[in-house]
Each structure stands twice: as structure tokens, then as C-alpha cells.
Write a protein that binds this ligand. Structure first.
Ligand code: TMP
Length: 245
């Protein structure tokens, strides 16, 4: 791990500068939080899993023509990324009802949605990342109407590519969260991470509703076997990446 002074430390990652001002180093921690950091803990080996899974999925998306901040993975829990100015929106895409969608709408968990739902939340921990409306996004001048449309279209494309990839791993992509940023040239790039921390992933080889959960819900709901579930995701994702590349 680098000893350089950190640029930024979040709940799950630390960002370090490099010799090149356009390139940053993202270090994936084992620290885990849920419910806006009300619940805190550690998931042993999580940093390694999330770095490996994110690297694999960014490479898969790049191969499909999606611009990401990923450059390369330089150690088990470090990747080099392009520095981007993060757009303060958490873009959530849902294929199957779970989590806050069920709590807020009363829809049954596990219901296949009639279309992939794209939602925007304000990336602001102090405010608890509230769900936004289109008009609120425009009123806050976070992005323009055109940029919002591009974000939605890009999120839907990413969803299709990720569903395809995870299906090959015998994993159902229930929902997930994305973050985007603008690079030096003003180009939109997918940033942050795509991992069992930021996705709901259900094992297609399991029938038991609790047994099939392979993501951070195991930590959020104290379901146990968190580490082994994360490991299983990593194994399947890396195996699949080696098959297709
Ligand atoms: P939710 O059902 O709690 O709104 O979560 C939707 C998806 O977004 C789920 O896959 C988990 C992910 N997520 C994050 O990555 N970070 C967050 O802070 C939250 C609340 C959800």
C-alpha cells in the first residue's frame, strides 16, 4: 500500500494522488458501513474482492464501449483510475424489487419490475442521500436536462451489459448503484466501483431466499457468511472474465 498522503477517504475506499496529475490510485478497504454509516464493521477480504470484481466489470464494460475511469489494477486492492469530477448523484438501477423500493412503495420483494427503473439520489451523506425528482435535479443545477438523459441512457446500457455478464456467472443482478464523473476533457466516465457492496446479487444456483444473497445485504441484515458470499462472487466473475477475454 502506498504511503503518500491521501487525497480523500470515503467509507470504503481511499484515493491517493500519483506522479501524474490526471491519474489517481483507488485503495479498497475492508471497512463496511450500512444505513448511512449507522452500522459499521469490517468484512475480511472485502477490499480485495471489490477491487477484483470492479476491475473485471469495468474491463467488461470498456469492451462494450462504455467509458470508465478504470486504467489498471496494480495490486490486490489498488487500481489506477483517471481523475474525474464526480457528479453528486447516486444512480440506482433496479430490475427486481428489493430494499428501499419495497419499503417506500409496498411492492413485494422479488417482483420483476415491468421495466428497469432508473433513480437518482443526491450524493450527500449529511442529508442521507435523498431520492430526487427530475425537477429537483434541474433546480439544483446538478446536471442539465440533456446530461440527465445521457446519464439515464448510459445507466440502462450498463444494466443490459451487466445483466448479460452476471447471467453468465449464474448470478441475477437485482439492482445496483453507479456514480459518474467528468474527466479532464469533459467526457462522461463511469467511476467509483461495481461490487457486492454496490449491487444486489442473487445466486441462481440457490433456491433458499436467504441463501441466494451474495451481496452487502448479508452484512446489512446480519445474515452471516458475508466473506464466503463475496468470495463466491469474485470466483465466478474472474472465471467468466477469463472465459470471454
Ligand atoms: P436501496 O434499495 O437501499 O435503495 O439500494 C439500491 C442499490 O444501491 C443496492 O444495490 C445497494 C446500492 N446502494 C449503494 O451502493 N450505496 C448506498 O449508499 C445505498 C443506499 C445503496
Amino acid at each position: 500500500m502506498t504511503t503518500t498522503e491521501k487525497l480523500y477517504e470515503g467509507k470504503a475506499k481511499i484515493i491517493y494522488p500519483t506522479d501524474n496529475p490526471n491519474i489517481l490510485l483507488s485503495y479498497f478497504k475492508d471497512d463496511a458501513t450500512a444505513f448511512n454509516a449507522l452500522k459499521k464493521g469490517q468484512i475480511k477480504g472485502k477490499g480485495v474482492v471489490n477491487c477484483a470484481v470492479s476491475s473485471a466489470l469495468f474491463q467488461w464494460l470498456e469492451s462494450k464501449g462504455i467509458l470508465t475511469h478504470f486504467i489498471d489494477q496494480i495490486s490486490d486492492n489498488e487500481m489506477r483510475v483517471y481523475g474525474v469530477k464526480i457528479i453528486p448523484l447516486e444512480v440506482v438501477i433496479r430490475n427486481i424489487a428489493a430494499g428501499s423500493l419495497c419499503k417506500q412503495t409496498g411492492i413485494d420483494q422479488g417482483k420483476i419490475l415491468p421495466f428497469p427503473l432508473v433513480e437518482f439520489y443526491l450524493k450527500d451523506d449529511a442529508l442521507g442521500d435523498p431520492l430526487l425528482t427530475k425537477d429537483r435535479i434541474l433546480m439544483l443545477e446538478i446536471v442539465t436536462e440533456d446530461q440527465l438523459q445521457i446519464l439515464k441512457e448510459t445507466a440502462l446500457k450498463i444494466n443490459q451489459y451487466l445483466i448479460e455478464f452476471f447471467n453468465l456467472c449464474q448470478i441475477t443482478l437485482v439492482d445496483f448503484k453507479l456514480e459518474f464523473g467528468l474527466d479532464q476533457e469533459g467526457k462522461l466516465r463511469l467511476a467509483d466501483e461495481i461490487s457486492p457492496d454496490t449491487c444486489r446479487l442473487w445466486d441462481q444456483t440457490e433456491t433458499d431466499p436467504t441463501g441466494k444473497i451474495m451481496d452487502k445485504d448479508r452484512f446489512r441484515q446480519d445474515l452471516g457468511d458475508v466473506e464466503s458470499a463475496y468470495q463466491k462472487v469474485q470466483e465466478r466473475v474472474l472465471k467468466q472474465l477469463s472465459v470471454i477475454s
